[in-house]
Structure formats: C-alpha cells, structure tokens
Design a protein around this ligand. Structure first.
Ligand code: C5P
Length: 411
C-alpha cells in the first residue's frame, strides 16, 4: 500500500515553462497510490499536452468550464468535492493574482474557489515577476487565507535570469503533500537513523573526517517522520535543518555515535538505518594540547573504530529491520552484498560514489537496494524522493515480517 493510497488529489497546471515538471509530480503521486485528476489552464496546454497528462494520471484531463460533455462526466463542483487536496503546480503570477481576487472565470480558478479541500500553491515565474510587490501582496493574501505556498526555488531560470522563481522540485512538492495529507504507514513504529560524518579528534583543534553532508540520512528521517514514525536522528556534524517531528541527537565521534545508537535502539526500535559515513579509524589518543610544528615527520597512530551497524545488528536488542549503506567506487553490487552478509543486515542501500553528478554532497543520488533475495529496487532522483521510496519499501518489509510471524503462530 502506498503512502497516499486512495487519496484524491487535483493537480492544477497553469501556463509556465515549468509545466513539464507537473508530469513528474503526477508520476510520483501515482507511484504512492494517489488518484489524480489534472485540471489544465489554457496557457498550460501551450506547454504540455492534455494527452500526456491523461496518460500519466490515468484519468481524462479537465480543461473547460462550460463544456457539456465534461459537466456530464465530472463537473466542476463534483471535481471540487472529490478532491482531498488541490495542488497548483506551476502557479503563474497571473493565476496567483486571480486566486487572490477570488475570480472564477475558468475551470481551474472555479475548482479552487469551490473546493473545501486544502490548497498547495507552487509558484513559478521570472524573478522580477515574483519580486514585484503586486505578486508578493497577492501571495500574502493567499497565505492569510491558509493556503500553503511552497517555493519558489532560487537559481538559473529558463529566461536566462538567475534568482527566485523556479518551481520547487517535484519531490519537494511531494513532501508538502505528505505534510498536508499525513500518512501512517509507519505509525506506531520507532525508527533510529545515523547520518553525516564523524569527527575523530587529533588534538583540541584538529580532526579526521570525510565529505559526507548528511543529506541522505536527513532525507530518510524526514520521510520516516512524514510516514508517521517516531524518528530519532543521530547525526555527526551536518549543517542541515532538522526535519519536523524528528528528534535530533548531535554527536561528534564514532564512539559517541555508537553509544547513542546503543542507548536509543536498546530502548526499543523497529528499524535501524545506518546512513552515517563513520570514520573507519581514530587516533589512538587525542593530544590534550594543540600539536606544534617541529620540522620533523609526524606519525599518527590510528585504531579501528567499532562498527555501529554491525554492533546493533548482532545485539540481543536487534530491531526487526537493520539497513546499511554501501558507498563504493567500483564493484558496487559485489561489495554491497559482502557487507550485507558480514554485518548481518536485512538490506543494504548501494550507491556508486565515483559518479561526479550524484553522491556525497549532491541533492541527487542513484541507489540500488539489496536484500538476501537479491536486488529489490533501483531508484534515481533527489535524495528526498529516494528516501520516500526506501521508507515505503522498509514499511512493506516490516509488514512482511509481521505477517510471517503471524503465519508461524498459526494465525
Ligand atoms: O564498511 P563500510 O564503512 O563501507 O560500511 C558502510 C555501512 O556501515 C554504512 O551503513 C555505515 O553507516 C555503517 N558503518 C557503521 N560503523 C562503522 C563503519 C560503517 O555503522 N564504524
């Protein structure tokens, strides 16, 4: 069952170059089981065809307000009542202005005006249009009415400008949908996640560490919390905001991360996800004062750190599911499978860190999930969309385990 099974979502598309991203949003929402109806403005149809949106949504696309055939099928009021949520993506400056005025002169504005469902608006326009006081005042009006505005992002624009006005990535709009329509596939579950790098002190001012940003672990924490889990995020130094409803515990060294993980997991957890890039070695001892240059060679003696995920996976308090990560530069599948067995994991998320476009500091990633029965899935996209897919799969695995146990008990 998907996060959004049986949820009715209207995707309203208005006329902007970012209209093509609405197609990806529809795909992501349907993958989670949502039922989608697409309403397109006249302008939207200049950028993307209703036929594409029909194929992706699996339903006829709605375009006209005063169309007899359409009204006999699902008319505008019925459509407005049907929706659990309306998402306007992209929302142009014009439709934002018309919503602020409460106009109802085409199907899209009429549905928005007639629906009792919550509304998410994802603006996309040229940066000057976005920064125009008229648009900003309209946005304030919509916010004051309880409409949720997501984005826009800043960056390079289709018109060549650089600034605020880009449509938020579909995965981030998806995340706003999750917050609006909370799902519960992990409710009642306790999830502990490690994230980020560790720092191994050499002296009071220096340390050994690595390039991990923590983004994947934070994305998993966000997806788990949005799926209803009590989520504990044990993180090494990472400059990322804590996702909502996530309990964050900051640590520095591998030793500290291990102690915190044991404490959190032994007090009860269903799922442990080891996304941290734990330093394999630490200095045998930390110098109590800053080391000085002497002109001579300096040798650091290192000792191997304990393996956190292996410790958790072989302990008496082992959670039902223990998931590891394998960042490799070559032979990704082979090394991942070796770790799966050696560390006593239920599954391992493998990624190829030799690729320049994805991995450590990027917002994007490409992963494959391996269990004892082989490759479970491969996903490429933003770290958040990958996290959402993984969390869904982990939830299925947890339910599978629960069903197996039931079966064994003869239920
Ligand atoms: O052995 P390697 O470091 O490649 O394994 C990676 C996996 O093991 C990741 O899930 C990482 O979080 C976990 N790990 C750990 N403690 C260590 C080293 C790795 O939990 N000391």
């Amino acid at each position: 069952m998907g996060h959004l099974s049986n949820r009715h979502i209207i995707i309203g598309v208005s006329g902007g170059i970012a209209a093509y991203k609405a197609a990806e949003l529809v795909r992501l929402l349907r993958r989670e089981g949502a039922e989608i109806r697409v309403v397109m403005s006249r302008g939207a149809r200049a950028f993307i065809t209703p036929l594409s949106m029909q194929a992706l949504s699996g339903n006829p696309v709605h375009t006209e307000l005063l169309d007899e055939d359409a009204e006999m099928g699902m008319g505008h009021i019925e459509l407005a009542r049907w929706a659990d949520l309306v998402v306007l993506a992209p929302a142009t400056a014009d439709i934002i202005a018309r919503l602020a005025q409460g106009r109802a002169d085409d199907l899209l504005t009429t549905v928005v005006l007639a629906t009792p469902a919550p509304l998410i608006v994802a603006p996309a326009m040229n940066q000057h249009m976005w920064l125009n006081p008229a648009t900003l005042a309209n946005i304030d009006t919509l916010k004051a009415r309880g409409i949720q505005i997501v984005g826009p992002d800043a960056g390079e624009q289709a018109c060549g400008d650089t600034g605020p006005g880009r449509l938020l990535e579909p995965a981030d709009i998806l995340s706003a949908v999750h917050q609006c329509l909370p799902t519960s596939i992990l409710s009642g579950r306790r999830v502990v996640i490690t994230a980020g790098p560790t720092r191994e002190a050499i002296d009071p001012v220096r340390y050994l560490s690595n390039h991990s940003s923590g983004k994947m672990g934070f994305a998993l924490a966000r997806a788990a919390a949005e799926a209803g889990a009590e989520t504990i995020l044990i993180t090494g130094p990472a400059d990322i905001d804590t996702p909502e409803r996530v309990t964050r515990i900051d640590v520095e060294s591998a030793q500290e991360m291990l102690e915190t993980a044991i404490q959190e997991v032994s007090s009860g957890a269903d799922l442990f996800i080891a996304a941290a890039a734990v330093a394999d070695y630490r200095p045998v001892e930390m110098a109590s004062t800053k080391l000085k240059k002497t002109g001579a060679e300096l040798s650091l003696q290192l000792v191997q750190n304990p393996d956190i995920v292996q410790t958790v996976a072989t302990a008496s308090y082992r959670p039902t599911l223990v998931i590891g990560f394998a960042a490799e530069t070559d032979n990704v599948a082979a090394y991942a499978n070796e770790k799966l067995t050696n560390k006593n994991l239920d599954a391992i998320v493998a990624n190829d860190v030799s690729r320049q476009d994805i991995g450590f500091n990027s917002d994007y990633n490409a992963i494959s999930l391996w269990s004892r029965s082989g490759c479970e899935m491969t996903v490429e996209g933003t770290k958040l969309s990958i996290a959402v897919s993984l969390v869904q799969r982990f939830s299925d695995m947890l339910s599978g385990v629960a069903n197996q146990t039931k079966g064994q008990l003869g239920d």
